[in-house]
Design a protein around this ligand. Structure first.
Ligand code: NAD
Ligand code: USQ
Length: 484
């Protein structure tokens, strides 16, 4: 049985833990890789909260929930939102794996507001990465327990919390049996391409964490919730940058006089992006073999920080990464402009990608849940709203900065990645629009607000973390432990 854990639990960290080693251009090779949490042999395998173990053995099961009984319906729904006509017809239960992260937190709150019964499953490993690399979110973020408590006190809505690693199948099984989800939204992966390219151990960790985690989710659905709809976060980067239009998941090809509709070719360009390709293959196979119903959301690069729900209270604030490992292009450029750092365009800057506002991420996920895939269907949506090259983003941020009286400069940084810097890019993205997505396109006002937000927190910026520090070409086997 799942244990209900009080919110006052704290993580115990072994004495070998060195939270402030920094990842800099010169020190990639020398930062420690062997931080461990108490009782966990692998540096990454599980986060263990003391005193909460399953019936013996090595299995690290930790499950937590908010103080109040999780199944209790909200008795005092707050009036902070107008809920008319947005509630799902019956209360659907949605498990948000990775719900403490950037996309997951915003989505969990959005779904909870919309009347879904939500449970967050998270190992909190992302907070550990920050400690390991000596980086931090631009915004101060509350603990997951305080976030959930704050949400409950403002809205009356309960969010269940299961803390553990989905690579641990026993933990995941217990979470499934306890919560009984109708849909699982799976954000719970190591999502940084540079992180996956630091060294062998990060490459292996990324692929193990992502591929085995997803495989476990598929087995948990098969074993315990056959009808459960899997909404999996994939990435546009699975397709690479082919010299033809990118379709949504499938392409019809005529070859030697015969025609078939086949999965669109994948050309990922980091060990992280490759983990998403492997995930997609495993999901597609289990849809066919076991009749799993799944939606793969090939998401573009997300920008922005505020959503209607996270904006309610500062304890609900979302994270905003700006560093060279976890920060993504547009978010980084806004923070760089705010602190007077030249915008870091890698190489020629013609790299073009799909982008979307975080308010659209939460909308897309809700649309996917509300319109589920059929049993056995492997559905693929390209989840972005606009395409930009890096140079175009830099020009937009420069213009927005100038409007606010900030002088913005751009610098061309030798590209740390191996990627095309000038290429054709035209990716389809109509399926979510057909389901009702109303995009928040990148506008002057959004850029103003993101820049103002970055200015508000600019004293928290560690400018040493801005330049890229991980090279695709210099990846190698790094020493396992290094003196501090
Ligand atoms: P994030 O790092 O902020 O959040 C991921 C969360 O998953 C973290 O809270 C982490 O602790 C948790 N997690 C990781 N491995 C886990 C495991 N084994 N068990 C339990 N929890 C685990 O990342 P994000 O930016 O919110 O991205 C979420 C998902 O969306 C990822 O799958 C990512 O690939 C995808 N995505 C993100 C972007 C983007 O721009 N941020 C773009 C496209 C796709
Ligand atoms: N780039 C710069 N300067 C920077 C940062 C990035 O020129 O300071 C360039 C990169 O070289 C790349 C492009 O901007 O060509 C996008 O890079 P990014 O860091 O914003 O995004 P990426 O590494 O692709 O990864 C992010 C998320 C990942 C998600 C992916 C969606 O971290 O989880 O899967 O966006 S996509 O790009 O569509 O694959």
């Amino acid at each position: 049985m799942a244990h209900l854990l009080s919110t006052s639990c704290t993580l115990k960290i072994s004495s070998g833990y060195k939270p402030y080693s920094r990842l800099t251009q010169d020190s990639v090779a020398s930062f420690p890789t062997s931080f461990t949490f108490q009782t966990s042999k692998s540096p990454f395998k599980s986060l263990v909260l003391p005193g909460e173990r399953s019936g013996g053995g090595n299995c690290n099961i930790v499950q937590a929930t908010t103080i109040s009984s999780s199944r209790e319906a909200s008795k005092n729904p707050s009036s902070v939102f107008d809920q008319s006509s947005t509630e799902p017809s019956k209360s659907q239960k949605v498990m948000v794996i990775g719900g403490d992260g950037y996309c997951g937190w915003a989505t969990a709150l959005h779904l909870s507001k919309k009347g879904y019964e939500v449970a967050i499953v998270d190992s909190l490993v992302r907070r550990l990465f920050d400690h390991q690399l000596g980086i931090d979110s631009l915004t101060p973020i509350a603990s997951i327990h305080n976030r959930i408590r704050c949400w409950k006190s403002l809205t009356g809505k309960n969010i269940e919390l299961y803390i553990g690693d989905i690579c641990d199948f026993e933990f995941l099984s217990e979470s499934f049996k306890s919560f009984e989800p109708d849909a699982v939204v799976h954000f719970g992966e190591q999502r940084s391409a540079p992180y996956s390219m630091i060294d062998r151990s990060r490459a292996v960790f990324t692929q193990h964490n992502n591929v085995i985690g997803t495989l476990n989710v598929l087995f948990a659905i098969k074993e315990f919730r056959e009808q459960c709809h899997l909404v999996k976060l994939g990435t546009m980067g699975e397709y690479g940058t082919p010299n033809i239009d990118i379709e949504e998941g499938y392409i019809t090809i005529t070859h030697n006089g015969r025609t078939d509709t086949l999965p669109y070719p994948k050309q990922a360009s980091s060990f992280y992006h490759l983990s998403k390709v492997h995930d997609s293959h495993n999901i597609a196979f289990t849809c066919k073999a076991w009749g799993i119903r799944a939606t793969d959301l090939n998401q573009g690069v997300v920008y922005g920080v505020k959503t209607e729900e996270t904006d309610l209270h500062e304890e609900l604030s979302n994270r905003l990464d700006y560093d060279g490992v976890f920060g993504t292009a547009l978010n980084r450029f806004c923070v760089q402009a705010a602190v007077g750092h030249p915008l870091t365009v890698y190489g020629k800057g013609g790299q073009t990608r799909g982008y979307l506002d975080i308010r659209d991420t939460v909308q897309c996920v809700e649309l996917a849940i509300a319109n589920p895939a059929k049993p056995g269907e492997f559905r693929v949506f390209n989840q972005f709203t606009e395409q930009f090259s890096v140079n175009e983003l830099a020009a937009l941020v420069t213009k927005a900065g100038n409007k606010l009286g900030i002088e913005v400069k751009t610098t061309s940084v030798p590209n740390p990645r191996v990627e095309a810097e000038e290429h054709y890019y035209n990716a389809k993205h109509t399926k979510l629009i057909e389901l009702g997505l109303k995009p928040h396109l990148l506008s002057d006002s959004l850029l103003d607000s993101l820049l103002n937000f970055a200015i508000k927190y600019k004293d928290r910026v560690d400018t040493k973390q801005i330049m890229p520090s991980v090279s695709w070409k210099k990846i190698g086997v790094k020493p396992k432990t290094v003196a501090a």
